[in-house]
Structure formats: structure tokens, C-alpha cells
Design a protein around this ligand. Structure first.
Ligand code: 9MR
Length: 846
């Protein structure tokens, strides 16, 4: 037993309280572990032949050799522990690891099949923690084993353990999250001219009075709640509050109902401007293959990961898994997928696509505004930062393509690593996994999109992407059924997908939009997915990408026959999600009996569909759906918490990550501001969630613990739609809907030749007042450039063109028009008429 017993006891109790384990009770049974305190001997504990025991500071310690493969390649254990069926046991121990490591702790059958009655994967730190678990024994067994499995690390480390205890008679482990006041609000902000809704958890079945108070405590509005019955996603009886008629900006508001006062919140214009940038800045610190500059991200600087500097084995010369291929590839760069060091083409694809779509929205949506500086190394070049960031990933995706056009599914470590582990310290062998049709089509789709969005900035990169996209498309058609294995999940995620018809549709859609070519048009029109109802419980995710194609066909200019129907189908999807949101007492566009892995991304992606419907129709009900949906993410939920780091009074901050592992190593940071957590996941696949949340009802299946990879990871494919939505909301300013301009534009391309075209534009004043001075803006699809023009002053930035009046045609009387034109250059690919024209900053109403 450690001498500093007082300190340890306090530490143990604190941990027990933190983890929600009830303190020991008088009824607890006798200690079952012989010599768990190691006061003077290590007997009767045993170890595998590759270990030794030492008694150090009253603890059992052992140096664990590096270079083993499996957890069970190094074990410390004790035998002959009696278990009584249906008895609930408290199992606990104190342990340290230097450097920090994940160990396995099991109470198990001592022989094959080694059935585990409690299975824990504690993340051990240098300073040490007490870990406590309860379980109910399903068997009567005289000789159970307690083991610590310590193998599987490439490098050597030291393990120490103390106070190993197993006692029967433990009260069941009931974890009760601290959910604070029963009035649930968006803890970040409501827009002054936007909807404002809240939820009250109450036993009352009749309407209750509510008051809105300002920061001085003065009641500024009041009303009565709407009883909503029992919400199935939380099993709570709830009421909702609508205080949307109050529009005065301010900070520190609170809502009071049923004797409870909400956490404070703001009513503020532009309160999402920071999130718009933070959610995108997330990607820089996920970068592989480049040092993260501490000057750009104070507190987040780190050496480059996986650039072939020891102990990394590097990504510049990566072999395949044994037997998969006989070559190596340079697949350095890209973004780390999540909290692991893996890089996956399926998942990189949807993530980079959503960033590029966020950029394309700035060209095609009436309310969209440019994204701004992300404070990345490329800031200040001529390319929008959001595209520079997307390019970091797209370059990696291109490297994953083989000469025959097929793309490798993924590259990651040979074995899973523990936490914490900074990218440059990962010692594992990196391996390429087989090519897959899904990965190849992710490459085809994103490269086709990249070909058009990068065209104005880098013609060579654009051409490279287009060639890669076409090659990938042809390869996928030749190998339409090479599926990633669902069991290829050691050292990295599987991202397996049994149905790639949606990947084919998405790739064809992007190739068609970029090229206008017949083959892709025919494929899109013939695909059953083109007209299918694809608006499922979740609109899109890494394995369901038809909506990515559908949304882009609807919003990026193209000449597809029946395009109006495509646009109408997106609006139909938005109607569905809006209906779900309105029926939901917590106001979210997600209705599921059991919540899926990454449920927050489903909520946000369904909001993307509503936001797109707003961009298409201008109907404010869709925008309000988005503004209401975001309330759930920021605290109008059963746990009364925000799921975005740094936003809201109580917010996720311990997301599962090997390098933002502050809760395991205080010298490391928490995730950066603007990081979305995966959120409630009913299947609670990880041991932390299983220990704390078993039996949870959907919204409660979440814990802000770094060990809960199933409920609390961070990923590129979750922050991508988060950033898209943050931009959409930020672009709404204070929520005032801008009146459209009274104008109509006819844009006619009269002639075209391989590298050029001539277009005439007529701007008509459809209003009742004269237009006195005009500046008309639109965007080209890709690399088109105005070369020669007449009757207006032209300027161009990227793909965005501004035509301003000459002195002589400055005034346009009601009903009158002006006509001007230009010769454009560089339209070897599709050159559709723009959908959006803005006159002096407001969209022409048509
Ligand atoms: O987000 C993925 C989720 O949809 C899957 O159900 C889950 C299990 O296959 O994997 C998730 O993705 C993880 C990936 O496999 C590895 N990197 C971390 C990802 C997020 O948890």
C-alpha cells in the first residue's frame, strides 16, 4: 500500500464521485482479491514470461516491453477469485502508465473462451487514477481471474498498479448526469429576428406560465408553455416555450418556468460569425504531414505527423497490408479522420465535398457571404482559405489513386494505439488497405467538384483533378463491386459499405455538373436514385451520399433536363425534416427511436437540406427550421449542454482524440473551439459508455469522457456540415430577411468555341422606382474569365464577376432594360447560365 494513503484516499474518492460511482456502503461484501495492496509482496500475482515484478512505492510495477502485437501478449493477473451468480461487484484499482497507455482490465473465466464479466479499457496516465466499475456476475464460479492485459504497444512503457479490489454487495452503478435547470435553451444565442424556442422538463400536464428576464432580472416578456407530452427520445414529459415575438438584442437573458431558471443566453445579431470560422479552423489542426504552427493556433502547435521521422514510420512510402499489393505509395498529407491517426478516402470524400459545397454556396445562394480568413499557412494567397483547406485533403485523396484509376480505401496503423498519442509520436507501421469501388467513386466525385471550384485559381490542379475523376469513374465502372471488408477494422475504422449505387450517382452528378457530358447526364437520369425519395432518417452520411449529388444538381448551375423537379425534390426533403422538427418537443429534425453513431451530424446534415430549400425558394420557414434545429446542438436538449467546444455555458470539451487529450495529460489541450462532438449514440459500443450509460434512452446516451469513442469522438465529417450550417446561420445576420431587388436578368450565350464564348446580358428594372447606378454580380461555374466586354465595367475575382454601369447607362427607368456583354475565355467544360444575379447586393427577384 502506498504510504501517502491520505492523498490516495482523497484522490480515489474524488474519482469515484467524478465517475458517479457511489461511495462504499456498509453492506458491501468482503474483499475477494488476495493482496491487492502489495504492501510487502506481489504474491500470489503472476505475469507472462516477458515481464518482471517490482515493488515500488508500495505499488506493483512492471516494465512492459515494446514490439508486442496483442493486448494479451503481456499480462499480469491473479487467480481463484470466487464469483456468486447475480451478486453485484465493485471492481476498482489504481494504476499509472509512463508514458500514458490504454490497458485492458478484465474479470474473466480463466480458460478458453475467457468469457469477460467486466471488460474495461482504462486510459492510464502518468500521474495515475483510480478506476471503478460495477458488474453483476452471470455465473457461480470458484476460480475467476482478474487480469491486466498490457501488450500491443510498439514502444516500451511502465505499468504500476495498487489497491486492486473486488467486493460483492455493491450498489448498482447508476450514473446520473448533471443536467442543471429543467428549462432548456440555446445557450449560445438566438437571432433577434429569428425564431426563439425552449423546452421545459416538468411533471405538469397543464400549460405553465413562463417569464423571459433580461440580465438585470427584469421580466421583459411572458406567456404560457405548450404541453407536448412525453418525448420518446428522452422519456421526459416536456412543454415548449415560444418567445419568438421578443426581438430585442442583449446578453444574459434567462427563461423561467415551473420554478426553474434556464442557463443564460444571448439574443444577438452575428453571434455565429465566430463559429463560422472556428468550425472550419478545426481542419488545420487535423492536418497530417505538416507542423501545426503555434503562432497560428496558440496552444495547438505540434510537429508534423507521419512524415517519416522516427518514431513515425511515415506516410511517404507506405506498403499495403501483407498480400494486398507489392508497391508503396506516398500518401502523406490530408486530414486525420477523427481522434485516431487513420486517413480514409471514404469519409475524407464527404468531408472535403461539404467544404467545397460551403464555398460553392457563396457563389450560388442569395444570403451567402464569403467565408473569410481561417488563419492557416496559406492565408493571404489569392485563393479563398476554405479552398486552401479543402485542397489539403483533396491532394491526399489524389495520392490514394493507383495508376489504373482505383483508389485505396484507407491508410492507417497496423494496430490500434492508446491515448494520448500525438501524431508524430505514433510508432505503428502504416498500411494501405485494398482499393474499393466506394473509395474510387468518392475520389471521382470530389475530384470532379475540385476541377470546377479550383479552375479560376489553378488551372493545372483543376485539370489534374478532372483527369483523376474521369479515370476513377472508368475504373469504378470496370470494378463496380469491390467492397471494403466489414472485418478490416484492426488499427482503424472499416468504413465498409455494401451498397455503392449512391456513390455512383454522386460521382456521375459531379462529373455531369463539371463537364456537361452526355455519359454522365445519361447515368444521372437513368439512376433510380435520381428520383427516389432519399430523405431518410438522416439525409446523408459517409455511406449514404446520394443527397450530395442531388443537392449539388439542385444548387450548382447546370442544364440537366428536369432540373426543376430536382430542386422541388430537395424542397420536399426539407418539408419532411421541417415536419419532424415541428413535431419534436426538443425541436430537432431527427426522429429515431434509437440514436445513431454521430447523431449530431445527422441533425446538422438534415439542417443542410432545410437550408438548401431556403436557398432555393427564399421561403423563410426553411431558414427558421435551421435556426430552430441549431438550438438542440447548443443546449435545448435532454442533457442541457452544448455539443460544440467553447460555445455555450456547459459544452463538450473532452472529445475522444489522441492529441487533444487534456483529460489524460494536462500538458495537452482540449479540442479547439468549434469542435462538434458525435453526440448521443444508443448503441454505446465503448466501455466507458457501457459502464455509465447502459439502459440509457436515446438523448441520454452520451458522456463527455475522452474514453467514450462511440458517443464523444470528433471527426472531419461531423465538423464539415457543422461549418456549412454555421456559415449559413452567420450569413443570416440578425435574422432580418432582405428584400429581393426588383430586377430580371436575361443571360444568353450566343456563341461558343472550344476555348471561348460570347454572352449578352440584359438587366431589366421590374420595379416601380428608377435604378440609379447598378452593379450586377454573378459567378461562373469554373474557370471562365471575362476577356473583352462592352457597355459595362467588368471586374472578376475567382469565378465571381461584377458588371457595373457606365456613366451613360447608369439610370434604368421602371420597365426599361440595359444590355451589355462580354467575350469569355476558358470554357472547355460546362458553361451554364448562372442561377443567381445580385443587383447592388440583393438577389434579382426575376
Ligand atoms: O462514423 C463512423 C460510424 O458511422 C460507424 O458506425 C463507426 C463504426 O464503424 O465508425 C465511425 O467512424 C469512426 C472510424 O471508423 C474511425 N475513426 C473514427 C470514426 C468516428 O468514430
Amino acid at each position: 500500500m502506498l504510504r501517502r494513503i491520505g492523498i490516495l484516499a482523497v484522490a480515489a474518492l474524488a474519482t469515484a464521485c467524478l465517475t458517479g460511482t457511489p461511495p462504499a456502503t456498509a453492506e458491501e461484501g468482503p474483499e475477494q482479491i488476495p493482496n491487492g495492496t502489495f504492501d510487502s509482496t506481489t504474491d500470489p500475482w503472476w505475469h507472462t514470461a516477458n515481464l518482471n515484478f517490482e515493488l515500488t512505492d508500495g505499488r506493483l510495477c512492471s516494465d512492459i516491453p515494446g514490439g508486442t502485437t496483442n493486448p494479451w501478449d503481456a499480462i499480469i493477473g491473479v487467480n481463484d477469485i470466487p464469483l456468486v451468480q447475480d451478486e453485484t461487484y465493485a471492481f476498482s484499482f489504481f494504476a499509472t502508465a509512463s508514458p500514458g497507455k490504454v490497458a485492458r482490465a478484465y474479470v474473466q473465466l480463466p480458460t478458453d473462451p475467457y468469457t469477460q464479466y467486466v471488460a474495461a479499457a482504462p486510459e492510464l496516465s502518468v500521474s495515475g487514477n483510480t478506476y471503478s466499475y460495477t458488474f453483476t456476475s452471470p455465473v457461480d464460479l470458484p476460480n475467476a481471474q482478474v487480469v491486466f492485459q498490457l501488450g500491443g504497444s510498439a514502444t516500451a512503457w511502465r505499468f504500476c498498479v495498487d489497491n486492486v479490489s473486488l467486493k460483492g454487495g455493491a450498489p448498482p452503478d447508476i450514473y446520473t448526469p448533471d443536467t442543471g435547470p429543467r428549462v432548456r435553451v440555446n445557450q449560445v444565442a438566438y437571432l433577434p429576428k429569428g425564431p426563439k424556442n425552449a423546452t421545459v422538463v416538468t411533471d405538469a400536464t397543464e400549460a405553465l406560465p413562463w417569464q423571459l428576464k433580461n440580465s438585470a432580472g427584469t421580466v421583459v416578456a411572458n406567456g404560457t408553455t405548450t404541453p407536448r407530452g412525453v418525448d420518446s427520445s428522452s422519456a421526459q414529459n416536456v412543454h415548449s416555450i415560444d418567445f419568438g415575438s421578443y426581438t430585442k438584442a442583449g446578453t444574459g437573458y434567462t427563461l423561467t418556468a415551473d420554478g426553474e431558471t434556464s442557463r443564460p443566453f444571448d439574443i444577438k445579431p452575428d453571434s455565429y460569425a465566430d463559429l463560422k470560422l472556428d468550425a472550419l479552423k478545426f481542419f488545420y489542426t487535423q492536418r497530417s504531414g505538416i507542423a501545426i504552427d503555434d503562432a497560428l493556433r496558440p496552444g495547438y502547435g505540434r510537429p508534423a505527423g507521419h512524415v517519416d521521422v522516427a518514431p513515425n514510420q511515415g506516410d511517404k512510402n507506405v506498403p499495403c497490408q501483407p498480400g494486398v499489393c507489392d508497391y508503396t505509395l506516398d500518401v502523406s498529407g490530408g486530414w486525420y479522420d477523427a481522434g485516431d491517426h487513420g486517413k480514409y478516402v471514404v469519409n475524407g470524400g464527404i468531408s472535403v465535398a461539404q467544404l467545397m459545397s460551403e464555398f460553392e454556396r457563396t457563389k450560388n445562394a442569395a444570403t451567402a457571404k464569403p467565408v473569410g480568413s481561417l488563419n492557416i499557412p496559406e492565408s493571404g494567397d489569392d485563393v479563398p482559405d476554405i479552398l486552401d483547406e479543402a485542397r489539403w485533403e483533396q491532394e491526399f485523396l489524389l495520392k490514394m489513386q493507383r495508376p489504373d484509376g482505383m483508389a485505396h480505401h484507407k491508410i492507417h496503423d497496423e494496430n490500434w494505439t492508446g491515448l494520448p498519442l500525438l501524431p508524430h509520436l505514433d510508432p505503428q507501421k502504416r498500411e494501405l488497405h485494398p482499393v474499393s469501388t466506394a473509395a474510387t467513386l468518392n475520389l471521382a466525385a470530389t475530384a470532379a467538384q475540385a476541377a470546377r471550384v479550383f479552375a479560376p485559381y489553378d488551372a493545372a490542379f483543376s485539370a489534374k483533378n478532372l483527369a483523376a475523376a474521369k479515370k476513377a469513374w472508368a475504373a469504378a465502372k470496370a470494378h463496380p463491386n469491390l467492397l471494403a471488408s466489414p472485418s478490416d477494422g484492426v488499427g482503424g475504422g472499416t468504413y465498409d459499405d455494401a451498397n455503392v449505387s449512391d456513390e455512383f450517382y454522386w460521382a456521375a452528378a459531379e462529373l455531369y455538373i463539371t463537364t456537361g457530358e452526355q455519359e454522365f447526364k445519361d447515368y444521372v437520369l437513368a439512376s433510380p436514385l435520381h428520383t427516389a425519395d432519399i430523405w431518410n432518417t438522416g439525409a446523408m452520411d459517409w455511406g449514404n451520399v446520394a443527397a450530395l449529388g442531388r443537392l449539388d444538381l439542385a444548387t450548382v448551375p447546370n442544364a440537366l433536363p428536369g432540373r426543376d423537379d430536382v430542386r422541388a425534390s430537395v424542397v420536399a426533403g426539407a418539408d419532411k425534416y421541417l415536419g419532424i422538427l415541428k413535431a419534436h418537443p426538443y425541436g430537432l429534425p431527427y426522429n429515431a427511436a434509437s440514436y445513431d453513431w454521430g447523431s449530431n451530424s445527422i441533425v446538422v446534415n438534415n439542417m443542410v437540406v432545410m437550408a438548401t430549400a431556403y436557398d432555393i425558394t427564399g421561403d423563410v420557414k426553411y431558414r427558421d427550421g435551421v435556426l430552430q434545429g441549431i438550438d438542440y446542438i447548443f443546449g435545448r436538449n435532454a442533457l442541457n449542454q452544448s455539443y460544440v467546444t467553447g460555445y455555450g455555458e456547459v459544452a463538450s470539451k473532452n472529445q475522444h482524440s489522441r492529441w487533444y487529450a487534456h483529460s489524460l495529460d494536462t500538458s495537452l489541450p482540449n479540442p479547439p473551439r468549434g469542435t462538434l462532438s458525435g453526440g448521443p449514440n444508443s448503441s454505446i459500443q465503448d466501455p466507458v459508455a457501457q459502464a455509465k450509460l447502459t439502459g440509457c434512452v436515446a438523448q441520454f446516451c452520451y458522456i463527455d469522457d475522452i474514453g467514450s469513442w462511440a458517443t464523444n469522438e470528433l471527426t472531419i465529417n461531423w465538423n464539415a456540415p457543422m461549418s456549412w450550417i454555421a456559415a449559413f446561420i452567420a450569413d443570416q445576420g440578425d435574422g432580418t430577411v432582405k428584400a429581393p431587388a426588383s430586377c430580371a436578368v436575361t443571360y444568353t450565350t450566343h456563341g461558343s468555341w472550344p476555348q471561348g464564348f460570347t454572352t449578352q446580358v440584359t438587366l431589366k428594372n421590374t420595379g416601380t422606382k428608377a435604378i440609379d447606378g447598378w452593379s450586377l454580380k454573378w459567378s461562373f461555374l469554373g474557370g471562365q474569365k471575362v476577356e473583352h466586354s462592352w457597355s459595362a465595367k467588368f471586374s472578376q475575382q475567382g469565378a465571381t464577376v461584377t458588371a457595373a454601369n457606365e456613366t451613360y447607362n447608369k439610370k434604368i427607368q421602371p420597365g426599361q432594360s440595359v444590355t451589355f456583354g462580354f467575350n469569355g475565355q476558358g470554357a472547355p467544360q460546362a458553361n451554364p447560365a448562372p442561377d443567381l444575379f445580385t443587383l447592388n447586393g440583393a438577389a434579382c427577384s426575376g
